[in-house]
Ligand binder design. Structure first.
Ligand SMILES: [Mn+2]
Length: 251
C-alpha cells in the first residue's frame, strides 16, 4: 500500500506561511510521498517559493511537483524552480523521475500541461502564427507525456502529474466559456495510449474531483476542490504489476 498525498494550487506566499508549514508538517506522518499539481505560488515570485521550500526542506518523504501558470506569471519560473529544488523537491517539466516508495518503484511523469479545450470547443491548429504556437505548445506537452510514460513503463506504479486538466469531467463546474483555458483533451491522448495508474491535476478551482481516461482514474486535486490541504490516496500496488487499485477517499 502506498499513501499518496496530493495537492494542487497551494498558492504559497508570505501571507499563508503558517498554514502552508502546518499542512506539510501534518501530512508527513500520513503519507509515503507528496505530489504537488502546480500553482505552488500566488504570482510566481521566488520569495513565495521560499515559503514552500521552508515547508518541505526537512521532510523525510519524497516530494514531486510540476509548476502551474501562476508560477510562470512573474516571468521567473526558473527561479521558482531553483528555490524549491534546493529544498529537495523533484520538479518535473516535460520529464519523469522514479523512486522507491514503500517497497515499490513509482514513476512520475510530470509537466505543466497547457490550454486547448475539449471536443466541441477546441483550439484548432489554424490561422495566425501566434494561435498556432499555442497549439504547438500543447503538442510539446503531450509528446513529453508520451515519452515519459514509455520511460516509466517498468515502474510498479505509474503516475501522471499535471497542472492543466486532461479531461473535461474534472473541470465541470467551471463556466463552459473558459474550458478552453483550463486544459486540453490532447493531454489525455498519450495517457490513453500508453497507460497510467493515476492522473492528477489542479488549476480548475471550481471543477470536479473525479474523472477518467478510459479506465484510468483522473483527479482534480486543487485544494479548492478537495476542500482540504491534502487528499490522501491509498494505492494498492504490487511489484511487477502495473494495475493499481485506487481506494476510496482516505482523508
Ligand atoms: Mn492554475
Amino acid at each position: 500500500m502506498i499513501r499518496i498525498a496530493a495537492a494542487g494550487d497551494v498558492h504559497a506566499s508570505e501571507a499563508t506561511r503558517d498554514r502552508v508549514l502546518q499542512a506539510f508538517d501534518a501530512v508527513e506522518s500520513q503519507s509515503d510521498v507528496i505530489l504537488l499539481a502546480g500553482d505552488l505560488t500566488t504570482t510566481g515570485e521566488p520569495e513565495q517559493a521560499e515559503v514552500l521550500a521552508d515547508a518541505v526542506r526537512d521532510l523525510s518523504i519524497p516530494v514531486f511537483a510540476v509548476l502551474g501558470n501562476h508560477d510562470c506569471h512573474a516571468g521567473r519560473a526558473e527561479d521558482v524552480r531553483a528555490v524549491i529544488e534546493e529544498a529537495g523537491v523533484r520538479v518535473l517539466d516535460r520529464s519523469w523521475k522514479a523512486c522507491e516508495v514503500a517497497g515499490l518503484e513509482i514513476g512520475v511523469v510530470g509537466t505543466k500541461g497547457f490550454v486547448g479545450g475539449f471536443p466541441g470547443s477546441a483550439l484548432p491548429d489554424f490561422g495566425e502564427s501566434l494561435m498556432r504556437s499555442v497549439y504547438a505548445e500543447t503538442t510539446l506537452e503531450a509528446e513529453a507525456i508520451a515519452k515519459g510514460l514509455q520511460e516509466i513503463v517498468h515502474c510498479d506504479v505509474r503516475i501522471v502529474l499535471l497542472h492543466y486538466a486532461p479531461v473535461q469531467e474534472t473541470i465541470e463546474g467551471e463556466p463552459p466559456g473558459i474550458h478552453v483555458m483550463l486544459g486540453s483533451d490532447r493531454l489525455a491522448t498519450p495517457i490513453a495510449e500508453y497507460g497510467a495508474d493515476l492522473v492528477l491535476h489542479g488549476h480548475a478551482h471550481a471543477g470536479s474531483f473525479e474523472g477518467h481516461i478510459g479506465q484510468i482514474p483522473v483527479y482534480n486535486v486543487a485544494v479548492h476542490v478537495t476542500g482540504r490541504d491534502f487528499w490522501i490516496f491509498d494505492l494498492e500496488g504490487a511489484r511487477g504489476r502495473s494495475a493499481v487499485e485506487v481506494e476510496g477517499p482516505a482523508g
